[in-house]
Design a protein around this ligand. Structure first.
Ligand SMILES: Nc1ncnc2c1ncn2[C@@H]1O[C@H](COP(=O)(O)OP(=O)(O)OP(=O)(O)O)[C@@H](O)[C@H]1O
Ligand SMILES: [Mg+2]
Length: 372
């Protein structure tokens, strides 16, 4: 399926590295372009962004435009009481659009100059042109004057991060089966980007806060502002400034800026490991040897007797031991140092689908005996 030919490039603003946020590792200052649209003059991008979106989408833009006042009405003038989250780009509000009678999540981007604009454009283009049950649906956007606002379908259960890594005491932890379902769905979203979209799309920002969960805990990938079109022809990678989020970023990409779909596989492996262990990829509150999840896990992967000690204690032993072994094997394969040895996402989907379809959560102790 071919969608658009423009080159996408984007940059994300810095945030506290240890809160799972995004960072431009090089602080480079190049001037990227998006198809024929050049971001040299601030006024041109502001004035023409709506026309450019329509032009680059070649008549395939499914999301609608909203006037600013309609989004003010929908969110009660962006009332802080309606705020449901905040990221590096701005605040997210719950709202209801009367015209279409739909509950939505409204992301009001900070007015921080053209970097935000580039992200905005990439996000609208990608989500308008690509559709899959595991990608969040963009209902529309607003580019009135200085405003840059994205309107998404409302995901009732927030982000995976909210349920896995920032669990309030009164909230039930995700069970093993739900975790495997979420991992399988998120992998299918990536599979669509890597293996169905043409040219392939490298997501570049796969992390637990970008996996949103609907009322049935079905996962959808969100935040496509950093996405890049993958290499075409005989090219093996695209060269770009290093963007993404500390901890989730593949080592070869962080050190060389050479981006491939295997960089996303690494990030997937890190998130999958977070789901199995209930540990954040970077966690300063832990002892120093446990602060980096990947470094902590590497030696444990080699010792089967240590597997049960890796599991999220909140699961209270309710997981199939065989499933745990397989899940850890998938995670270990995805986070291998050598990018070319990491699996394709379609292979990951096949493996995790099997884990998600295994319903029983048998007592760990009994299962461990069977496995040893
Ligand atoms: N469509 C949505 N439906 C429901 N909640 C949402 C939706 N989009 C975002 N949120 C909530 O808003 C929070 C902030 O999202 P946002 O994408 O702005 O930042 P982030 O992913 O946490 O961080 P970063 O900006 O570093 O990527 C999410 O964690 C989620 O709880
Ligand atoms: Mg996000």
């Amino acid at each position: 399926m071919s969608f658009f030919s423009c080159c996408t490039s984007s940059e994300k603003i810095n945030k506290n590295a240890f809160r799972g946020s995004s960072r431009d590792f090089n602080h480079a200052k190049s001037m990227p372009s998006c198809g024929r649209m050049c971001f040299k003059h601030d006024h041109s991008k502001r004035k023409f962004i709506q026309q450019e979106i329509a032009k680059m989408g070649r008549g395939n833009i499914t999301s609608q435009t909203f006037p600013y006042h309609e989004l003010c009405v929908a969110t009660g003038n962006f009332n802080p009481e309606n705020m449901i989250g905040e990221g590096g780009f701005g605040r997210v509000y719950k709202g209801r659009i009367k015209n279409i009678n739909q509950v939505v999540a409204v992301k009001k981007l900070n007015r921080n100059g053209f970097q935000g604009n580039r992200e905005f454009l990439v996000e609208v283009l990608i989500l308008s042109l690509l559709h899959h049950p595991n990608l969040v649906n963009l209902v529309g956007y607003c580019a009135d004057g200085e405003q840059r606002i994205l309107v998404y379908e409302y995901m009732a259960n927030g982000s995976l991060e909210d349920h896995l890594l920032e669990l309030p005491e009164d909230r039930k932890p995700l069970d093993w089966h739900t975790r495997m379902n979420i991992a399988a769905g998120a992998a299918k979203g990536l599979e669509y980007l890597h293996e169905v979209a043409n040219p392939p799309v490298i997501y570049r920002d796969f992390k637990s806060s970008n996996i949103l969960l609907d009322e049935n805990f079905n996962p959808k990938l969100s935040d496509f502002g950093l996405a890049k079109l993958g290499p075409t022809g005989d090219k093996t990678h695209v060269s770009t400034r290093v963007m993404g989020t500390y901890g989730y970023c593949a080592p070869e990409y962080a050190s060389t800026g050479q981006l491939t779909i295997k960089s996303d596989i690494y990030s997937f492996g890190v998130v999958f490991l977070e789901m199995i262990t209930g540990r954040r990829v970077l966690d300063q509150s832990r002892p120093s040897e446990e602060q980096n999840l990947v470094i902590w896990a590497q030696p444990l992967f080699k010792d089967r007797t240590k597997y049960t000690s890796m599991v999220d204690p909140l699961l209270k032993g309710n997981y199939p031991a065989k499933g745990l072994h397989q899940a850890l094997a998938v995670a270990a394969m995805c986070i291998q140092e050598e990018a070319h040895t990491r699996p394709l996402i379609s292979d990951v989907v096949t493996a995790i689908d099997v884990l998600a379809k295994t319903q029983n959560t048998t007592n760990t102790f009994l299962e461990d005996k069977e496995c040893s």
